[in-house]
Ligand binder design. Sequence first.
Ligand code: SIN
Length: 307
Amino acid sequence: MSTHVATMLTRPAGASTGPQVRPLASALGAEIIGLNLATHLTHDSVQLVLDSLHRHGVVVVRDQKLTPDQQTAFMEKLGPIKKSSYSRANSFCVPGYPDMMVISNIVENGRNIGLMDAGAMWHADGTHLAQPDMYTALYALEVPHRDGKPLGDTLFTSTAEAYDALPDALRQRIAGRKAVHSFTHHIEKKRRLGDLRRPPLTEAQKAEVPDVEHPIVTTHPVTGRKNLFVTEGHTARIVGLPEAESEALLEELWAHIRKPEFIYRHSWRVGDLLIWDNRATQHLAIFDYGDLRRRMHRLETVGPVPT
Ligand code: SIN
């Protein structure tokens, strides 16, 4: 079910006016223009976003002007909002909004106002949880530029396209297998790679997020497509395989997942509300902007147990 980049904008069936959806890359990604989620948070608007998400995996609603309350109101329509004790404990949340994480490199009064190393490795959000995040919405308030060019892009890959293109032999090797996802492993790997720019986990934080097992191949509950559900960031090992074999197989799967043909690269504009489906995509943040200011607000919804 590969989508193809259309040159024409499309409207929802039967509509002659209103918001338009335009695919942005062949594997995944679309933009919606002409939709104001602050003033038109209607059933039809939400349905358009959801349909576009299920078709394209990642969707940018352009030109938004959202307060934290408005971003929350939109996200509540997509599902129950994830409660983030991590954000609260580290004071990375938007003041007064304990579940809304600030993603930023900005330092004020000697402290980072938000999480400054999110997305340094390919991952889907919350796979280290028994119920990983379903949708994430990241809202751009400040986007760094150099010589007129936006920096701090985010890359997305389609894990459904990646699964479909998997060689048969590799498919057979992973069929029915599970993998361990671990937040402790994630933070330790980030530290080893020199990418950790937040405080290490306390013992209490580690205890809050015990390792979990998920199938390596999951089925998306809405689209019915199969997806590769192992990430460079959070997957520690494959259950039941010797360590070296597990590592080699994971490396092979990760190399496959990040092939250029499955990728959409998002260049940010202020006012972008970028929403992605963590059950069908993985993402990677590009840290090419140094101290140039970048500031985003992130919310997630809780998903079902992956099967
Ligand atoms: C994330 O991984 O949640 C953040 C992505 C980004 O900042 O581009």
